[in-house]
Design a protein around this ligand. Structure first.
Ligand SMILES: [Zn+2]
Length: 193
């Protein structure tokens, strides 16, 4: 009887805690899943693994490329010689260089840089041309504006001069008449005298 009870308890005890360990082991597996580097190199991913922060297991190709071009030991050496805050940028540049080198075994990323530099140079030429053309149009527009202003000014001067003329003419018409009148007066006076 006793043994049966114990057995049933023990079986119950073993049966009851059975589900949590599977969950726990699943969780532990997720936490301690090796980084892409250690997975590829088939080694245990240590807590202080230099690859772990930069080569997550979800991006296996990133490590494969870098390893194929530079070699895992060289990458490890490069990273260990840098300050931790510089390592992410270094890994990103190594990954970029490796990907480009695999795509273009002759030029690597220099090929892309050359293409972009050429495009940049062409764009600078285009920009310079567009700016000089714009300056031309602006100077033409300014010339037209100046001409219009000068024409307006001339017209105003002409009008002023015309007014002056008419005033002068009125004056000159008026003065001789007065003078003539005077002369006439004189003459008449003279004639009279
Ligand atoms: Zn690792």
């Amino acid at each position: 009887m006793e043994s049966v009870v114990l057995k049933s308890i023990s079986s119950r005890q073993t049966a009851l805690p059975a589900p949590p360990p599977t969950m726990a082991s699943g969780g532990q597996a997720a936490i301690s899943s090796p980084c892409a580097g250690c997975k590829f190199l088939r080694r245990k991913c240590q807590a202080d693994c230099i690859f772990a922060p930069y080569f997550p297991p979800e991006q296996p190709q990133k490590f494969v490329n870098v390893h194929r071009v530079f070699g895992a030991s060289n990458v490890s050496k490069i990273l260990s010689e840098l300050s931790p805050f510089q390592r992410e940028d270094a890994v990103n540049s190594l990954a970029y260089e490796a990907e480009m080198r695999l795509r273009d075994p002759v030029s690597g990323c220099v090929g892309i840089i050359t293409v972009l530099q050429r495009r940049l140079h062409q764009l600078q030429i285009d920009l310079f041309r567009a700016q000089s053309e714009l300056v031309k149009y602006q100077s033409v527009a300014e010339g037209i504006e100046m001409e219009q202003l000068q024409r307006h000014h001339h017209q105003q001067q002409k009008m002023m001069m015309m007014r002056g003329y008419t005033a002068e003419m009125v004056g000159s018409f008026a003065r001789p008449s007065i003078a003539g009148g005077d002369d006439h007066h004189h003459n008449t006076l003279g004639a009279i005298s």
